[in-house]
Design a binder for this molecule. Structure first.
Ligand code: 5AD
Ligand code: SF4
Length: 463
């Protein structure tokens, strides 16, 4: 394979030099998963990871463009790299979603000409070749494809965790929600072959991984395009069927998936979840808005009533179900009454977790062109009102956990108190508890919940 050739070439070139890398990742878990592959490739070439980007010989930025704040942080960071670049032989590479936007690549060219490599979302696998060109020929490499890349299997991977793994099952999105840039930067939906996915998960189980998260921008439309075009080559040609097969892999104890779309939450998926204990009981069901007119303008393809009916059906069929959601406030044209419909849904549905976003216009999307943008001040006020409602609901909802015993995977030490362990309930609530001698990170323990601290619980390990 051509790529292997460059793995070897770079390896030869940097041999015995003890060179290091640092990857800075923005955005979602799909980007995290791509970064794990970038790390895998860099290590294959002989680079070693360093925590400190100032020490690194190659710094890779994996970018996101879903909302504006990630952009500001990125440009701040690249600006900081300028002096470093002048003082040593540093390679700076920028990849990911933002590099699929022409105006961003132009900005890099103009304002940050010292950046060595710019690569898009479809050309991850060319990194060794691009590094080789930048290093040896001192070229400024621009490697961006505007057509959908083929699915590229078999890249080396260095995972962030030893017991919980992300597995991307499909790439791209066909939905074109009018606020969202993803379909423009990630291309059309492409599903990985079920055999490849299952082989990856079986391999993970052999390596003692206990938990996996199936990833896709629109994870429950897995194989839809292939089904519609009659090009599916396996009997496993739907998300529900894939879930059933994944559940058969011995050793995997917990299965999560993100992000599903309510419109693709078909009965077979609900039944599969209801039947299979291994599937996490917390399901992410992005609402975006609680008003049917806004939903229509967002091109979400469901109404407020249909969303509530779906929730009702899921609650009925899936015991112990918990829901989390994404909500955008201040979509163009959103009126006070329309926003109140969102609050109404939040009052009606007991969401365990809400990821709240202030609408951020993305160049090239339909909603960004609208002249009736909601003023910043109003957007922020609505955000605060939603947050307030959410916080009271979280606090009340938490009370039901007090005194219960939860099965918890020890993920590590608590960030705020190194002497404590932390993990998560099945419903993704953080629990902090005192270590006991016979238990270590990666073990699953029973923890009794003792204190409610709104965003986390305290608990005690049960014998
Ligand atoms: N502005 C604000 N939030 C957005 N999201 C996607 N695009 C935008 C945007 N332009 C949110 C949606 C999505 C989540 C990943 O990010 O809620 O579900
Ligand atoms: Fe964006 Fe909608 Fe696709 Fe999700 S489903 S990635 S919000 S276009």
């Amino acid at each position: 394979m051509q790529e292997n050739e460059y793995f070897e070439k770079v390896k030869e070139k940097i041999k015995n030099k003890n060179l290091t890398y640092k990857i800075i990742t923005f955005g979602c878990q799909l980007n995290e998963n791509d970064s794990e592959k970038i790390a895998g490739m860099l290590e294959e070439m002989g680079y070693q990871e360093t925590e400190d980007e100032k020490q690194a010989d190659i710094v890779v930025f994996n970018t996101c463009c879903v909302r504006e704040n990630a952009e500001e942080r990125l440009f701040g960071k690249i600006g900081e790299m300028k002096n470093l670049k002048q003082s040593k032989n540093l390679i700076i590479a920028i990849g990911g979603c933002m590099m699929q936007e022409k105006q961003m690549v132009d900005k890099i060219k103009k304002s940050y000409p010292y950046v060595d490599i710019v690569f898009g979302t479809h050309t991850l696998q060319n990194l060794p070749e691009n590094i080789y060109k930048a290093m040896l020929k001192n070229e400024k490499v621009r490697d961006i494809l505007n057509i959908d890349g083929e699915i590229y299997e078999g890249l080396p991977i260095k995972r962030n965790s030893d017991f919980s793994a992300n597995v991307t099952i499909m790439y791209g999105c066909n939905n074109f929600c009018t606020y969202c840039i993803v379909p423009y930067v990630r291309g059309r939906e492409r599903s990985r072959k079920p055999e490849k996915i299952l082989a990856e998960i079986e391999d993970l189980a052999k390596k003692n991984y206990k938990e996996i998260t199936l990833l896709g921008q629109n994870v429950n439309s897995y194989m839809r395009t292939e089904r519609e075009n009659g090009t599916a080559t396996s009997k496993i040609d739907s998300f529900a069927k894939l879930l059933q097969e994944v559940a058969k892999v011995e050793g995997i104890e917990k299965i999560n998936f993100i992000s599903p779309h309510p419109k693709d939450f078909t009965d077979d998926v609900i039944e599969a979840i209801a039947k299979i204990d291994k599937i996490s009981r917390i399901i992410h069901l992005p609402l975006q808005s609680g008003n049917s007119k806004v939903l229509k303008e967002m091109n979400r393809k469901y109404t407020k009533e249909q969303y509530l009916e779906l929730v009702e059906k899921m609650v009925q069929k899936i015991p112990n179900l918990s829901l989390s959601t994404d909500i955008i406030v201040g979509f163009p044209g959103e009126t006070e009454e329309e926003f109140e419909d969102t609050l109404d849904v939040v009052k009606k549905v007991n969401f365990e977790q809400i990821f709240m976003f202030i609408y951020s216009p993305r160049e090239g999307t339909i909603a960004a062109e609208r002249v009736d943008q909601v003023p910043e001040e109003i957007k922020h006020k609505r955000f605060d009102r939603l947050k307030e409602l959410y916080e009271t609901k979280v606090d009340t909802n938490n009370e039901k956990y007090i005194g219960t015993t939860q099965k918890i995977l020890i993920e590590g030490n608590s960030k705020n108190d190194e002497t404590m362990f932390c993990g998560r309930t099945d419903t993704n609530k953080v629990v902090v508890f005192k270590p006991q001698e016979n238990y270590k990170i990666g073990d699953i323990v029973k923890v009794q919940i003792t204190e409610n601290h709104k965003w986390y619980f305290k608990g005690e390990i049960q014998k």
